[in-house]
Design a protein around this ligand. Structure first.
Ligand SMILES: Nc1ncnc2c1ncn2[C@@H]1O[C@H](COP(=O)(O)OP(=O)(O)OP(=O)(O)O)[C@@H](O)[C@H]1O
Ligand SMILES: [Mg+2]
Length: 263
C-alpha cells in the first residue's frame, strides 16, 4: 500500500523533512536522494543538524513533517528496528558496542536480526539451531576479515583500541545486510593514519557489499577525497550540494565554515 513509483535506482529518499525542538528548527525542509552504490558526504558546522538528519532518516526521531522512502517504500512510520530490516543501517557519533561481549559476538548479534529459527529451537538447541549457528559464525568471521579484525575476534569489544572499535561498529552495520549505511563521523578521534586507513576500508566495503554510503565527516580534505557528491547543512538547511570541486569553491559554504571559526 505504501509503495510509490520512484526511480528504482534511488535507495534512500528524504522528502521535505523538518523537525523542531522547542522552537529550534534543527532540520528544515531537508531533501535527499541517494542512488545505488553512491558515496555521499553530509557536512556542515557543529550543530548544523547532521546527526538530527540521520536520526530522522533512521527513525530515531519522528519528523514534524516530511517522508522517508527506502527502495521506494514509505518507511516514515516504521520504527528504527523495522527500517534496519528494510535495508538501512547506521553507526553513531559516540561508539555503541556491547562492551563486555567479544568482537565476534558483537557482529553475530547484529546478524541475528535475520535469523530464521524459533526461540524454542534455540532454547532446546535443536539441529536447525546448530546449522544456523554455524552459518552465522562463518558470516560474522567473513565480515571481520574485511575489517582486519579477525585476530581480535575473541577480545572484549571494550579492550580494542579506538580505531578498531570504530571499524567494529561498521562491521556490525554491514552484518544487517543493508542497502545503505549512514556513518556519523566514523573517523572522529582517530589519528591521520587511522583515518586514511578507515577511508580505504569504507571504499572497499562499499564495493564488496554493494552498499550506498552517507557519510558525516568534519575533515573537509577527507570528505572531498572520498565522496562523489557532497551535501552541506547549516542551521538545519541545505545550503549547497554538488561534486567536491563545486563545494570547495562555493562562497556560501566557505562563509558558513569561516563564520563558525570567527565565533
Ligand atoms: N534531542 C534534542 N533536543 C533538543 N535539541 C536538539 C536535540 N538534538 C539535537 N538538538 C539541537 O539541534 C541542533 C542540531 O544538532 P545536531 O546534533 O543534529 O548537529 P550536528 O550537525 O550533528 O553537530 P555536530 O557536528 O556537533 O555533531 C543543535 O542545535 C542541537 O543542540
Ligand atoms: Mg553530529
Amino acid at each position: 500500500m505504501n509503495k510509490v513509483i520512484i526511480d528504482e535506482d534511488i535507495v534512500l529518499k528524504g522528502e521535505h523533512l523538518s523537525i523542531v525542538f522547542g522552537g529550534l528548527k534543527a532540520v528544515e525542509d531537508f531533501n535527499i536522494e541517494i542512488k545505488k552504490g553512491e558515496l555521499v558526504g553530509l557536512i556542515g558546522p557543529n550543530g548544523a543538524g547532521k546527526t538530527t538528519a540521520f536520526n530522522l532518516l533512521t527513525g530515531v526521531y519522528k519528523p514534524t513533517s516530511g517522508n522517508i522512502y527506502l527502495n521506494g517504500t514509505n518507511v516514515s512510520r516504521l520504527s528504527p528496528h523495522k527500517r534496519v530490516a528494510k535495508g538501512i543501517a547506521r553507526t553513531f557519533q559516540n561508539i555503541r558496542l556491547f562492551k563486555k561481549l567479544s568482537v565476534l559476538d558483537n557482529v553475530k548479534i547484529a546478524c541475528n536480526s535475520n535469523m530464521k529459527y524459533s526461540p524454542l529451537t534455540a532454547i532446546f538447541r535443536l539441529p536447525n539451531f546448530w546449522k544456523e549457528e554455524k552459518e552465522l559464525d562463518r558470516k560474522a568471521k567473513d565480515i571481520l576479515a574485511v575489517f582486519g579484525l579477525n585476530e581480535v575476534e575473541e577480545e572484549y569489544a571494550v579492550n580494542l583500541p579506538y580505531g578498531k572499535q570504530r571499524k567494529l561498529e561498521i562491521a556490525r552495520a554491514i552484518a544487517t545486510d543493508p542497502k545503505i549505511i549512514l556513518l556519523d563521523e566514523p573517523a572522529a578521534g582517530m589519528n591521520p593514519t587511522e583515518t586514511e586507513e578507515l577511508m580505504e576500508t569504507i571504499k572497499i566495503v562499499k564495493e564488496k557489499y554493494d552498499v550506498s554510503i552517507l557519510l558525516i565527516e568534519h575533515d573537509m580534505k577527507l570528505v572531498m577525497g572520498i565522496c562523489e557528491r557532497i551535501i552541506v547543512l547549516n542551521y538545519g538547511k541545505i545550503i549547497a550540494s554538488g561534486i567536491p570541486e563545486e563545494i570547495q569553491s562555493n562562497k556560501t559554504v566557505i562563509t558558513a565554515y569561516l563564520g563558525e571559526e570567527v565565533e
